[in-house]
Design a protein around this ligand. Structure first.
Ligand code: AHG
Ligand code: MN
Ligand code: MN
Length: 346
């Protein structure tokens, strides 16, 4: 079998576009570089206490950072200096991250969740990085604007994630299928391991935090009941929930599964509130699943069609195998059309 590095894969993809000037390839390669640095840091995370690097300062006298902030800064430093982007947006930054003047010519913007699944960092469970690349839409003559970041998911040029698990795996799409690369730590290269990933049409797994069931509306409860108990024409699904979206998504992508995070309301007086972010989590994964033959919905319609209203907008998310996401969306639609059937709204 041919051994293909991610750099060569990106270069070969670019060759199909004679007009491409190499900016996109350079950006992707820089993201892969940042991923390797974060990966090696993640692998050492469990040694922090043993090596005495705990507390405010490490042995070199540097402040020890939380891993998610370290990942955030690593991406900002590497991509900010790459010359390919005019601005960035991160789950960890309240506002748009401007890029130095000399790079205002950058034709792209990068949106990212530097470390997803952060509650799993200290317990050696898989975590990841999620990213989304958009084309700049504001005039190139002036500074980047927030509207460069606030674009619907269907406008993404590329999206991907890196999962720091039993191996480090980099998965991306640039609109021509979904491809996965596994990091070979001995040579420091991402090598093609999963070419043209297609996700099964039917799920065998459902992933939901059922600990929140009492805070859901009736429709969400009905969806989950159908998943776990099955219906006349659907077998019951098995349950898997890691609590790292990227890891739950990756397993479901490869094996067939549906991930559901409904809006929750802990009090009858407070409107249900979703948790996951549209720009940094839902939209990039929606693009990937779409390219793999799956589907992502906010319960009303496709995530990819949703126009973001703010950098940190949160959305309900149903994502994964095509048939099961549509099935869940159908139940939610029914309840919307007939709210009287929802006991919890009473
Ligand atoms: P992040 O660590 O980037 O803040 O994201 C956490 C998310 C996501 O990874 C995961 O699917 C979800 O939180 C888990 O939430 P619950 O613990 O509420 O189930
Ligand atoms: Mn996250
Ligand atoms: Mn995060």
């Amino acid at each position: 079998m041919n051994i293909l590095t991610i750099e060569r894969h990106i270069a070969e993809t670019q060759r199909r576009f004679p007009e491409a000037r190499g900016n996109f390839s350079a950006l992707m390669n820089n993201i892969a570089f940042a991923a390797k640095i974060i990966s090696s840091h993640v692998n050492r995370a469990g040694l922090v206490n043993i090596l005495g690097e705990t507390g405010e300062e490490n042995v070199q006298g540097e402040r020890v950072q939380k891993l998610d902030l370290y990942a955030n800064e690593t991406i900002i430093r590497i991509i900010g200096a790459s010359g390919q982007v005019c601005a960035m947006g991160s789950e960890e930054n309240e506002t748009m991250i401007p890029v130095e003047d000399i790079h205002e010519g950058g034709r792209y913007v990068l949106l990212f969740d530097p470390l997803d699944g952060s509650s799993n960092i200290d317990v050696n469970v898989s975590i990841g990085t999620i990213f989304s690349i958009l084309r700049r839409v504001s005039p190139h003559s002036g500074p980047a604007q927030e509207r460069d970041l606030l674009q619907p998911g269907f406008r993404q040029v590329a999206a991907g994630y890196v999962i720091y698990g039993s191996s480090t795996v980099f998965v991306y799409t640039a609109g021509m299928g979904v491809h996965g690369f596994t990091l070979d730590p001995s040579c420091g290269e991402f090598l093609l391991s999963n070419e043209n990933i297609r996700t099964p049409k039917r799920a065998s797994v459902y992933s939901v935090n059922e600990g929140y069931a009492r805070y859901w509306d009736d429709a969400s409860r009905r969806v989950v009941d159908a998943f776990r108990l099955g219906t006349e024409d659907r077998p019951p699904l098995t349950s898997r929930y890691i609590g790292s979206l990227v890891a739950d998504f990756h397993r479901n992508l490869l094996c067939g599964g549906v991930f559901f995070y409904p809006a929750v309301s802990k009090s009858p007086d407070v409107a249900p509130r979703p948790k996951l972010r549209l720009l940094y989590e839902a939209a990039p994964l929606a693009y990937i699943v779409d390219q793999a033959g799956g589907y992502a919905s906010d319960g009303v319609g496709p995530i990819l069609r949703r126009q973001p209203s703010g950098l940190h907008e949160r959305v309900p998310l149903i994502i994964g195998s095509h048939d099961d996401v549509h099935f869940a969306e159908g139940i939610l639609h029914e309840t919307m059309a007939n709210p009287a059937s929802d006991q919890s709204l009473g």
